[in-house]
Write a protein that binds this ligand. Sequence first.
Ligand SMILES: NC(=O)c1ccc[n+]([C@@H]2O[C@H](COP(=O)([O-])OP(=O)(O)OC[C@H]3O[C@@H](n4cnc5c(N)ncnc54)[C@H](O)[C@@H]3O)[C@@H](O)[C@H]2O)c1
Length: 350
Amino acid sequence: MKKILITGGAGFIGSHVVRLFVNTYPEYHIYNLDALTYAGNLENLKDIETKSNYTFLKGDITDADLMNQFFAEYQFDGVIHLAAESHVDRSISDPLAFIKTNIMGTVNLLNAAKDAWKGQMEGKRFYHISTDEVYGSLGKEGLFTETTAYDPRSPYSSSKASSDHLVRAYYHTYGLPVVISNCSNNYGPNQFPEKLIPLSINNIKNKKPIPIYGKGENIRDWLFVIDHARAIDVIYHQGGLGETYNIGGINEWTNIDLIHKLCEVMDDKLGREKGESAKLITFVKDRAGHDMRYAIDSSKLMKELGWEPSLQFEEGIVKTVEWYLDNEEWLNNILSGDYEKYYQDQYEKR
Ligand SMILES: NC(=O)c1ccc[n+]([C@@H]2O[C@H](COP(=O)([O-])OP(=O)(O)OC[C@H]3O[C@@H](n4cnc5c(N)ncnc54)[C@H](O)[C@@H]3O)[C@@H](O)[C@H]2O)c1
């Protein structure tokens, strides 16, 4: 039985990856390692937590000794590394937390894998999950490809860029069998409600203002989270060693158009008059260093490994809204003290 370590499996994307692997590969044992920070929520995995090929390990990737201990004890054959501090706004108020987890934590895992797999790298794999934000910001034209020079602008994207470089360095220096992917913005069930889409859904539901940075002109490419998990499955199994794959939804939206679309879907689902939710849109002071446009070229992944997004955005956004409306308890459990305080500092005191 292959033993696969998935880090950050209690988070948004990680929980979808854990579920996909546990359900698709009964011949694998999946170890979900997560520190359960504010973003980690084991409720995301209620449906699979009792499966015999699943184990949860509580642990912080910044603890090097613990990582070595886990590698020695469980003898992992592969790693899919998603654990990270992931919110740009938080990286602006507390960069060091991002340096510690995203850089130091990644190095601890690389070292643990390198030492545990010494002399027996055959069949092993260290898969690092990264973001398109490492490439910086685009103008109106162009797409990020795998050869676009890194140009990160926020503490978050810089820490992810750093970790990508280190993963590549371990491939070239120590022969660690690595693969990397850089994905665009994800949306879908289980996303922590500090991020644009779930935050807006929750505010629309409660008739609270929907905060939009600047004029809402920033452009992002959006991919349904389950399509990202499918891409991770394909790349983990078929990706070339030392290779990088870009993953995107071929689905660019300005923030303001996206929110108008979301308002339409919410009006429909909540039985409100057309246009009612859009009245909640409120423009707030722009994020410092806000990247203007991200857009990703995933043709390498599509041509070489045959992946493509399964869901059109129109369908994905309806599914997402339905999920948040059907899972009130999940949302209410998250909307507790810390989140509210953070939310007030971030938006209401501006
Ligand atoms: N969300 C996106 O749109 C997006 C897009 C591209 C890439 N990514 C990348 O995908 C990964 C997952 O993103 P997400 O949106 O699911 O993030 P998330 O914030 O929802 O989840 C992160 C998880 O990591 C855990 N974690 C944080 N610090 C840890 C530590 N020190 N030790 C152990 N666990 C720790 C948290 O508890 C949480 O469960 C990240 O590496 C992120 O950079 C995200």
